[in-house]
Design a protein around this ligand. Structure first.
Ligand SMILES: [Zn+2]
Length: 81
């Protein structure tokens, strides 16, 4: 298992996983992207991941498209607007 970068491949979801929230946050600070968030693995793994995920999205209440483009409705897409 690769640990030299401070991360391992998550056995549960296959994403890059950090063992502690602190180390994940440190990487996030380096990335300078305010939309990134640190979250516990959603697939039952023990790692922390970094991603463009809002709590609503994690909870499954809002899908990513609706969250980032609320002004575009699916009807517009169907019409090709
Ligand atoms: Zn995971």
């Amino acid at each position: 298992m690769r640990t030299t970068q401070g991360w391992t491949t998550c056995w549960a979801c296959g994403k890059r996983g950090y063992q502690t929230r602190r180390s994940a946050k440190r990487i996030k600070e380096i990335m300078h992207d305010d939309r990134l968030s640190v979250y516990r693995c959603l697939d039952g793994g023990s790692n922390y991941h970094i991603g463009h995920l809002d709590k609503q999205i994690i909870a499954g209440q809002v899908d990513r498209f609706t969250y980032y483009y609320p002004e575009i409705s699916m009807n517009d897409i169907d019409r090709g607007v």
